[in-house]
Design a protein around this ligand. Structure first.
Ligand code: AMP
Length: 533
């Protein structure tokens, strides 16, 4: 019996959990699921992405929603569209054969389709605050009878300026509903929100894990946020920036391992694919060549990589995300062996972010996001390598034939020796020292986390404010460096300023304490939409 089976869940949900491949509940699930199944209390869960928080509220919601109800029974608020969609899909995948209708509702897409969908029976709506308010104003969504309200990633909502919107939404609901709020951090404003709307609530936290895992701590572990179509370019850049690259690249499928190997070979790299289609003979030959470093890059599936035993492998690259935490640890255990240094690199696409965070949490590994190497950095690395190579090959006793050749060139070209050397270098290396050789990589974000916040300041040009004066005023009052204040927009009666997220709370707090006015001088700008107006 697994722990899930002890939680009093229906067979339908247990089957769905089984089909999803979840073996055991995560710590937050272990605490939140029984609690939500049993009582009517409100809950604050302190949990980050990757802890399994979606299923922690999704599973009890599925259990408790009524297939026969006519009204919307539950509303889940998320800060971003991507999250709304992912959360909706995750809950949907847990419903088994229960006949529940879920609908994601977010901005940036046609409202007409959403209005049509909302006319049909919908049990659970997952949406972003702005669009939900839009529907409430149009009268196309009624949340007055909901039994459950989930506020997911509350701290992100705060960062993005959605808290007032959340309050507006709360005001359109009934008093009896159960509120579940999840937040990775608990800034004062979130605690205040909970106090104001949640009455009695239970706080659920899971212990901060110990980031010391003996199995993997030797390898340096990093990840890159990357879109699928840019992975091959990123791989090439990683190979190029370390001129002594020696690594194993993991892919999900055989076909993919071949495609990548072919792609790399086409670009001139010494790469080879190892997969189940390779005969035993070939496998041995490939392995020998890889061990002798005649091939520097081996692209392999998990199955084919079994038994690869190389002590000095410098890199393990997860070109495709590992299936689960065990698979991650197993893969990266191939580097940083026998006292050698090694780096484990994972490519993560935006839609895999939550799954990756789960792997990161469960494997208790310290994996940091890294910046994609830029063409300039790579060319510089190559220049250094060429320089070192040439310097180490300069010898005193040179065959006279080269001296004669050099003299002839100098005589016949009438150029300075430095110019001649440059020309020779260009002739031999020109092809590889070009930044234009690299394709563009699209920047993708790791999460919705906004790094900046827009603040509203109740002072404008009518009180003689200019952007410069406003910045100086904020600096003087709060000590936040003037250089951190951006995009100042001074209107007649008020102004806007963008500040780093980590400073925003402090600025608001300081002004609140200093000011004797009824209304605070500085608050979070209402929402992105409004700021743009
Ligand atoms: P979340 O923290 O809700 O964003 O979930 C992160 C990832 O963990 C998602 O990809 C989930 O599908 C996955 N997940 C959630 N619960 C479990 C579990 N008990 N076992 C394995 N994976 C899980």
């Amino acid at each position: 019996m697994t722990k899930f089976q002890h939680m009093g869940l229906s067979d339908n949900i247990l089957n769905a959990i089984d089909r999803k491949g979840y073996k055991e509940p995560t710590p937050i699930q272990e605490k939140v699921i029984p609690f939500l199944l049993s009582g009517k209390n409100n809950v604050i869960g302190q949990a980050q992405t990757g802890t399994g928080k979606t299923a922690a509220f999704g599973i009890p919601l599925i259990e408790r929603l009524d297939e026969k109800a006519n009204d919307v029974q539950a509303l889940v608020l998320t800060p971003t569209r991507e999250l709304a969609l992912q959360v909706c899909n995750e809950i949907d995948s847990l419903k088994g054969n229960k006949r529940l209708n879920l609908l994601p509702v977010y901005g940036g897409v046609s409202i007409g389709n959403q209005i049509r969908a909302l006319k049909r029976r919908v049990d659970l709506v997952v949406g972003t605050p702005g669009r939900i308010i839009d529907h409430l104003n149009r009268g196309t969504l009624d949340i007055s009878k909901i039994k459950y309200l989930v506020i997911d990633e509350a701290d992100e909502m705060l960062d993005m300026g959605f808290i007032e919107d959340v309050e507006t939404i709360l005001s359109k609901t009934n008093k009896e509903k159960q509120i579940l709020m999840f937040s990775a951090t608990m800034p004062q404003r979130i605690v205040n929100l909970a106090r104001k709307y949640m009455g009695n609530f239970q706080t659920v936290t899971t212990v901060q894990e110990n980031k010391e895992d003996i199995t993997v701590k030797k390898a340096k572990q990093i990840y890159y946020m990357i879109s699928e179509s840019d992975k091959i370019e990123l791989l090439s850049r990683l190979i190029d920036i370390d001129t002594n690259f020696y690594g194993l690249v993991f892919t999900k499928t055989k076909v993919q391992s071949e495609e990548i190997a072919n792609e790399l070979i086409k670009k001139g790299y010494e790469a080879e694919a190892l997969n189940g289609d390779v005969s035993q003979n070939q496998r041995e030959r490939i392995m020998d060549r890889f061990k002798n470093k005649r091939i520097k890059i081996l692209i392999s599936t998990d199955v084919a990589a079994r038994g690869i035993d190389i002590d000095n492998l410098k890199y393990v690259i997860n070109y495709s995300l590992p299936q689960n935490p065990e698979n991650y640890i197993h893969r990266i255990g191939r580097t940083a062996r026998a006292g050698n240094e090694g780096t484990a690199i994972t490519f993560v696409t935006p839609s895999e972010y939550r799954k990756f965070m789960f792997i990161k949490h469960s494997s208790k590994a310290l994996i940091e996001e890294a910046k994609i190497p830029q063409p300039k950095d790579i060319v510089n690395a190559k220049v250094e390598k060429i320089k070192d190579e040439i310097k180490s090959n300069l010898s005193k006793d040179i065959d006279p034939i080269y001296e004669i050749l050099t003299e002839k060139i100098i005589e016949e070209t009438d150029q300075e020796p430095s110019q001649i050397i440059s020309s020779i270098l260009k002739y031999f290396y020109g092809g590889i020292l070009k930044e234009e050789n690299y394709n563009k990589i699209k920047e993708v974000k790791s999460s919705s986390k906004s790094k900046e916040q827009r603040l509203f300041v109740a002072l404008g040009s009518s009180s003689k404010m200019t952007p410069k004066k406003l910045a100086e005023f904020i600096e003087k009052e709060t000590g936040v460096n003037i250089k951190k204040l951006k995009d100042i927009q001074v209107m007649d009666k008020f102004s806007f300023v963008t500040v780093p997220s980590e400073k925003a709370e402090a600025i608001i707090e300081i002004f609140k304490q200093k000011s004797k006015r009824k209304r605070p001088l500085v608050v979070q700008a209402k929402s992105k939409r409004e700021v743009r107006k």
